[in-house]
Ligand binder design. Sequence first.
Ligand code: EPU
Length: 417
Amino acid sequence: MQKIVIEGGCELSGVIKISGAKNAALPVMAAAILTDIPCHIDNIPELRDVDGFAELLSSLGAKVSLKEHSADIDCSSVKSVTAYYDLVKKMRASILVLGPLLARFGSAKVSLPGGCAIGVRPINFHIDALKKMGAVGALENGYINMLAPYGLHGANIFFPKVTVTGTENILMAASLAKGKTVIYNAAKEPEIINLANALKQMGTHITGIGSSEISVERESLSNGFNETIMPDRIETGTFISAVGASKGDVVLEGADINLLSYPVDLYRSIGINVKKCAGGISVSCSKKLKSVSILTAAYPGFPTDLQAQIMADLSLADGVSNIIENIFENRFMHAAELSRMGADIKIDGNQAIIRGVDYLYGTNVMATDLRASASLVIAGLAAVGVTKIDRAYHIDRGYEKIEKKLRAVGAKIWREN
Ligand code: EPU
């Protein structure tokens, strides 16, 4: 198994190119299932999850070609409506095939993803919403088996809690349903705008995207789409945290500051200078960071996907910080690993209390999930000595060539078998 090895203590300086967003690329890939017309996607990131999703689409019978940050997907040859456990267990986002398969073929059988390191992550909201649209379903041998023999119809869907992939699944299903669907308490995440843009090109009429009430109505759905994936706001925030911890001066090329308004205010409040610049965002930091209180929340709040990374920063800040994790019940696995590097973190339910220390020390740590591994990389960059992060494969799910990008700005980071 590969390890990421980091010799800490180097300031970062130079340019990092931000890749396309994983969490936008996967739903846009899923949307191609809705049509038998070939679809094209640009600015696709090179990630394990994108490869995994391409494999899942291929297993259904689609022709998928990924090359040089673009994807061509032709779902005219889809024959199977079953997403098998072996593929789904590696990537929870596989649930995104449920809505489009059911809408186009009248049936879908998708393995339940099961829990994961960050929480239980049920899919009951997806299933309840599809049932309101006329589907029937049963759980059989670990698979959710849903049928809509007479097609789906529009419905008023109220999500009890904001759900990103739930909103995406229903947006896609509603694109082929008869009549109008209104989604209340919809997710406002920018990745949903990316998906909606692809669906609009296909001929779906959508209003209210970016608000909590979205209306969707099928119009023609006679086209494919040619969609470009937005810059990854989570990768952007991760590198901002890296500069905060390691100090230095870095330009994040292609990053969009408008996707991170609230997090940027928060980074500034702890002493990281973040500014819009020509072609991206410039980030610099030269002083010890300040403490802060953070609540994770759905967009536009502070993203749970950046919580682990900022915890690494706050481990080195002046004073006591608090983080309340409101989205996932078990997303503090990185805290114990950061503590092994000398951080002073107490966990009390969904709250982390972080007392800043002067130094973190390199040691052997283990990545437990994607964002936890990013947090350990940030801590390793700032630490005194050598950090070895086991289970490096987690990071490849969501960060394109992270060592190469960090080496280009002066970090000493490499892989070891
Ligand atoms: N929830 C339910 N029932 C459901 C669906 C969600 O109870 O049917 C709960 C979840 O347990 C959670 C909350 O609702 O407490 C929000 O979960 P959500 O459904 O929004 O999460 P998701 O759609 O599974 C996406 C991202 C995650 C990101 C979350 C929150 C993708 C592919 N994944 O997951 O990304 O953390 O939204 O923003 O878009 C990551 O990239 O590292 C990652 C985990």
